[in-house]
Ligand binder design. Sequence first.
Ligand code: SF4
Ligand code: SF4
Length: 66
Amino acid sequence: MAYVINSDECTFCGDCEPVCPTTSIKSGKVSYKINKDSCTECEGEFDEPQCVEACPVDGCITRLAA
Ligand code: SF4
Ligand code: SF4
């Protein structure tokens, strides 16, 4: 499982990138992107997904549907 950034909501602020413990977030062309293969949902490191905590836009980063 992983989290995903909704490109329509992302304002390109960059706040999520430095807080990711697995360096899974990089800037893309139209929004920041999460590498779903390396995102651990912060399991074992934090109680809450750090990118969701850091993102100022509600609903921008959501859990990827299985
Ligand atoms: S949920 Fe955690 S591991 Fe996944 S992208 Fe967000 S900060 Fe990184
Ligand atoms: S914190 Fe949210 S709005 Fe800012 S770059 Fe990351 S996903 Fe986009």
